[in-house]
Design a protein around this ligand. Structure first.
Ligand code: 9MR
Ligand code: 9MR
Length: 611
């Protein structure tokens, strides 16, 4: 909120400026004549841009919505037929540092909005600016600088700290978002669905720690899987940056990056979710039903571990194997942990091979056992991709011939982005990290697949109204569409690494521009970031803590015409189906698996900037 206070001060200054400068009406001017320089000195939400910043050497684009056919927000009032100039100005509009003209209007294929692009890539000065279009208004402020996303990199990673279960979140690290410990999870019951000979129903387990999944307070292994795989990949791919970025969290292990410290908080919880008797992993640790909107410390409902499953067990195996590889780089730290991870991963694999199709069936479980379970299902009836991911990570981390057949029998045609239910691509990314271990033909097919996907996206981007890959395909506006945008960015960065073609790096940045405000809703989708961001996420802590500002650094789910929450949205148009309301969990929840690719995207972009 501090950022926006500053922003409002700017606004007030501008109001005073407008009052003294004799702002004139449109008298005597035809609608198509150039606008006088004397009006339009107010904020215009019709100007959409990255509300955080730009790199001096990078592309810089803003979009003016001239006509908003969807009725989500008003357009600019511009007819779209006249020539329009824009200026990059100091925030008080006194100094004009750059002049450009807007492109002709085009129709955004999804929203059917009419949009005009303002490209100021040629402007390379550093500092704080607004974009001003005479007659229309000025934009939210932004920064141009090397390391423009350094603070953002810290904010989106720090978010996980606020989400920790089973420990107090202290004032020293969390400031206003400090809170007492919630969900100790040291007295967790084995649900009937999870019973085994060694651990009959009602046995008491201790499974403390970890992150709450999302707006709710439950902890799900499947969703921890993709989250951890993505965050561990940040550590693996950008160790130098990880060593430098200090997120300001309590440190228990010496000599490891803050990000890894945060990751290990969830990893140690995950380890408790394996049955040491047989190696199987419980699907989730949960209440029977969702908690109400109360603070973690007030929640007292009985907690259960529910049903072992193949997908959870393999996701667990993959995470533990990859973690062993990352921990290997910090030999002095966390004594014994790497070996524990490797043993746990191997045991989990063995269980999964013996139980290859134990799928999570919440309806069936609830019919058979009491209590019935109504929390997030993360049900997935396909374990082939989990076998591939786990097999690859185990092979790369152990070199054992036991896992080699997974690599030898792998055939890759197309490569798509991963999701919690489809994790194969996480394994493919890992193969690219250790090319010497991969058969050359397989390696080539993975690269071809990634370049083909990235190439298709690149060729269609100019047709979108907001110049971003996210925006090409209306079917991508699913529950958690913002994570689709972030994951597209990650794939584009892989394409950049493979080909050396910078254009893919900039296309990845375009998707970050999308998430930070250059989109059909005008929102910067990360709490506490930018000038116009969600204030009412579906997040129990943010809603119940009595603080107006939501917990910062969280990416909300984003536009989703599915509206599975039954809420009223302003429109069902895919890229505008968003509302900043707490009950709207299908577009405005936050989740650990959505922030993870955002962390990857921002850290990867920053890792390549001079600092
Ligand atoms: O708060 C829950 C959120 O975390 C889940 O993503 C969502 C879908 O499973 O469900 C939310 O809980 C709602 C429940 O499904 C229906 N009754 C209202 C609950 C809170 O809004
Ligand atoms: O992200 C999940 C989305 O892909 C599913 O369509 C949706 C309904 O099953 O559930 C989402 O995950 C939620 C989980 O079930 C409970 N915690 C909150 C998650 C984010 O909304």
């Amino acid at each position: 909120m501090r950022r926006s206070m500053g922003f409002y001060r700017i606004l007030m200054g501008l109001a005073a400026l407008a009052a003294t400068s004799g702002v004139a009406g449109q008298s005597g001017t035809s609608p198509d004549a150039p606008a006088p320089l004397s009006y339009g000195k107010h904020l215009s939400q019709a100007i959409r841009l990255n509300q955080v910043g730009f790199y001096p050497d990078g592309p810089k684009r803003a979009v003016l919505v001239t006509i908003d056919t969807g009725g989500y927000q008003t357009g600019s009032g511009d007819t779209g037929t006249r020539d329009l100039v824009f200026y990059i100005c100091s925030p008080d509009l006194k100094d004009r540092a750059y002049k450009g003209s807007l492109d002709l209007p085009q129709t955004d294929p999804i929203s059917t909005q009419k949009t005009r692009l303002a490209d100021f890539s040629a402007f390379k000065d550093t500092g704080n600016f607004v974009l001003w279009i005479p007659g229309i208004g000025y934009s939210y402020p932004f920064h141009i600088g090397y390391g423009a996303f350094g603070p953002l990199a810290l904010t989106v990673a720090k978010a996980y700290y606020y989400q920790r279960a089973s420990m107090p979140i202290s004032m020293a690290y969390a400031g206003p978002w400090s809170r007492p410990e919630g969900h100790p999870d040291d007295h967790v019951l084995v649900h009937g669905s999870a019973a085994s000979a060694g651990r009959p129903a009602g046995s008491v387990l201790s499974c403390p720690g970890g992150w709450y999944d999302a707006g709710d307070y439950n902890k799900y292994i499947v969703n921890s899987g993709i989250t951890m795989g993505t965050l561990l990949s940040v550590c693996e791919d950008f160790p130098d940056l990880a060593a430098k970025l200090k997120t300001g969290i309590p440190l228990t292990d010496q000599g490891i990056p803050d990000l890894l410290e945060e990751i290990l908080y969830n990893l140690r919880w995950m380890l408790t979710m394996q049955d040491p008797g047989d190696g199987g992993v419980y699907h989730k640790l949960t209440n029977a039903q969702f908690d109400p909107f109360i603070m973690p410390a007030e929640a007292r409902t009985t907690r259960y571990v529910v049903a072992k499953g193949t997908c959870a067990t393999l996701d667990f195996a993959a995470v533990m194997a990859q973690a062993a590889r990352v921990l290997d780089k910090y030999p002095g730290a966390c004594p014994g942990l790497k070996d524990s991870c490797l043993q746990a991963a191997a045991k989990a694999w063995t269980w999964a091979v013996a139980h290859p199709q134990v799928y999570y069936d919440q309806t069936g479980i609830s019919q058979q056992y009491t209590p019935a379970i109504g929390t997030g299902a993360y049900g997935d009836r396909q374990s082939a991709d989990e076998f591939v991911w786990a097999g690859i990570e185990l092979y790369l981390s152990t070199g054992s011939l036991q896992y080699k057949p997974v690599v030898d029998t792998l055939h890759v045609d197309a490569v798509g982005i991963p999701s919690w239910s489809d994790v194969r691509t996480l394994g493919l990314y890992s193969l690219l990290r250790v090319p010497s271990a991969v058969p050359p033909a397989l390696l080539a097919s993975i690269k071809r697949g990634i370049l083909a996907q990235a190439g298709r996206w690149a060729s269609a981007v100019a047709q979108t109204g907001y110049h971003a890959v996210m925006g090409e395909n209306p079917r991508e506006y699913v529950w958690g569409s913002n994570a689709v945008a972030a994951n597209q960015g990650v794939l584009l960065l892989e394409a950049w690494k493979i080909s050396g073609d910078r254009a893919y790096y900039w296309l990845a940045l375009d998707n970050l521009d999308y998430l930070l405000g250059r989109n059909a809703t005008g929102y910067c989708f990360i709490t506490g970031v930018g000038s116009h961001s969600p204030l009412h996420p579906h997040h129990r802590i943010s809603e119940a803590d009595g603080i107006i500002a939501p917990v910062p650094g969280w990416l909300v789910g984003g536009p989703n015409p599915g509206r599975q929450d039954g809420c009223v949205y302003p429109t069902a148009i895919p890229n505008q189906a968003y509302t900043d309301l707490t009950p709207a969990y299908a577009c405005n929840e936050i989740a650990i698996n959505w922030n993870a690719p955002l962390v990857y995207l921002v850290w990867a972009l920053e890792a390549d900037q001079p600092r």
